[in-house]
Design a binder for this molecule. Sequence first.
Ligand SMILES: [Zn+2]
Ligand SMILES: [Zn+2]
Length: 459
Amino acid sequence: MRPQFGLVSILLAVLFHVVQSLDEGSFWHVTDFHYDFSYHDEGFSCTKTVAVEDRGPFGIGWCDPPWTLVNSSVHAMRNLHPDVDFIIWTGDNVLHAKHEEDQLGTSINLDILDNITNLLADVFPNTVTYPCYGNHDYFPNAQFPVTENAIYQHMAESWSVWLNSSSIKDTLSTGGYYTALTNYGKVRLVALNTNLYYSSNKQVAKIYDPADQLTWLDGVLTNATINQEKVIITGHVPPGVKTPDGFMWFYEDHNRHLNEVIKNHTDVIAAIHLGHDHEDEFKIYYSSSDDTARIPVFLAPAISTWRYVSKEKTGRVRNPGIRLVKYDRDTGRHLDYFQYYLDLEKANREGHASWTRLYEAKAAYNIPDLSAKSLGTVRERLLSRESSPIQAYFTRMGMDGDVDTQCDRECRDAIYCGMRHFDMASYRSCLVDVSSGGVRRYSIGLIVFCLILTCTGYY
Ligand SMILES: [Zn+2]
Ligand SMILES: [Zn+2]
């Protein structure tokens, strides 16, 4: 009996230790509001003509949202989970104006940014929000400069409601980026201004390290390692390849440079959270040296349901989404996230918004946590013939707004390759590998076999 009792005690002690040692915290991620103040009259953002009386109270697919939706999303965050450690807010608050030179301007953009800053500060009076800029927040669109300017300076003051140290104000005023230690554990937040690498930004095309952000980032990550902290990076425009479309948002050199800095510090970066795509996606940084999955990268869905329209292409129908992330305050490890969404059509029909849970990441992907390694297994399963989760993934990308479009094999391969490959050359090479399946490996095997036969004089 004694040994058994001893074993039970040990197991209980271990269990107690495990339960006690996991200090779980949570934070909200909200992004891409694109508030259209003209929604109820001119509709500056609308890509199709819809009569004012036919525009639903919470928004429609062709236009950026009215204040009703912006306000509803932030209140939903409080109603669903008020006690978060902090909020990350990854930019693009200004509408997609069709004639930006007449419809927007520095002071209009700043008013929109201030409106949403005030909303978050009022609804979450005791919670720090960590903002960063989206390409639409600047006027003219995306042209973020590498020195002081009216927008950086104004917002450094506005955001001092949450960020008031002089070092934060310094980098915010000159480059639109900053770092802050969160109030929990040893988790550090780094908010990047990735608009400085966006190929639509003509101010930075010829600059090796715009606003010295990457030199600064390298230093911050080195210090975080020395101080045994863990870092959560936020930003707006994502590095790597946009899929399934297959193009890069960044200038090639900037993309390479940023990826190098990140890959040099994989041990200290807990996760990266981005916006801009308006879609729910993930990517994974792998180590170049030992080929292991190292950093999970999460792209969150938008509040705006605006659809891109050109001669060649129309964007998919999407619903608005907000995301609650669970993490370990000690290690920064991401444990799970709850993805909430609003069925826009239903909300407009019923005249009130009921934000509901669309899925829980851990359960939906059948993984133990949201580590890079776990996400890597989800990625590998995409290629499974019997039970590939690709269609579920593709439908979730737009918060179930479009459940009819199929993600065919080409679409699947693009998503699979884009999840891991952050530059065009390796992305394309992955596509060739995947599309040829085992054929390529078989051919190489056959060539080696023939060479052996030739060398041994068999032919
Ligand atoms: Zn956006
Ligand atoms: Zn954007």
